[in-house]
Write a protein that binds this ligand. Structure first.
Ligand SMILES: Cc1cc2nc3c(=O)[nH]c(=O)nc-3n(C[C@H](O)[C@H](O)[C@H](O)COP(=O)(O)O)c2cc1C
Length: 195
């Protein structure tokens, strides 16, 4: 393997789900650094037809706590309360990823042959931004886990923070790592080359 790509692959491979977090940032990392990273990723992540549907916001402090308290209090299934509770009490902040649904509808009209696929493509673009952010956070020494309490999260965002047409796609909960990732097993899915 060419060594040129090794640092990139190491970044991809070392991103992991970290549930055990402390409500701090690593030393020498400011919230502004986190904001700059998310901003750059939202800008440079490719989107279908260059629609640039990706949106994100960062919640910390009271807005982060209010959000996860709402999810914790509202989620009807006892089994699902563990993550919102730890996010509320142990994490430093949350990146909320959204897509601009108005843009999706506009593209569906513009490209009717793709109408059915376009919402899926928006989700792909959001997922790309989510995983790039997750990997970049690891490089900054920030631990994170990805959650999908989308409707409950949309209901508890700070007033006026989300436009009517934005749709919540995922939440990256982050903080200072306080534990190791779980053991992970892999399936060797061979990538074949055909000529
Ligand atoms: C698209 C996607 C959705 C996920 N949704 C959740 C989720 O809702 N809650 C959660 O705790 N983890 C979620 N995860 C984390 C996965 O469970 C985790 O990435 C996987 O088990 C591999 O572990 P790793 O992240 O440590 O490599 C999601 C991951 C991906 C890529």
């Amino acid at each position: 393997m060419t060594s040129k790509v090794a640092p990139f692959l190491d970044t991809i491979a070392s991103r992991r789900t970290i549930y055990a977090l402390k409500p701090q940032l690593p030393e020498n990392i400011e919230l502004k650094d986190v904001q700059d990273v998310v901003q750059a990723i939202i800008k440079h992540t490719p989107t279908a037809f260059n629609s640039q549907i990706n949106r994100a916001m960062i919640l910390t402090g009271e807005s982060h706590k209010r959000l996860w308290n709402h999810v914790y209090e509202t989620i009807p299934i006892e089994n699902f309360k563990k993550r919102p509770l730890s996010a509320r009490d142990e994490a430093f902040g949350t990146v909320v990823f959204m897509v601009n649904d108005a843009k999706t509808k506009e593209m569906q009209q513009q490209f009717p042959a793709w109408a059915e696929t376009i919402p899926e493509l928006a989700a792909h673009a959001s997922g790309s931004a989510q995983i790039s952010t997750w990997a970049a956070f690891k490089q900054l020494g920030i631990g994170a886990h990805l959650q999908h309490f989308n409707q409950l999260v949309a209901d508890a965002l700070p007033e006026g923070s989300i436009m009517e047409d934005w749709e919540v796609q995922g939440q990256l909960v982050f903080g200072l790592p306080a534990g190791s990732p779980n053991e992970k097993t892999f399936i060797e899915n061979e990538v074949k080359v055909f000529h």
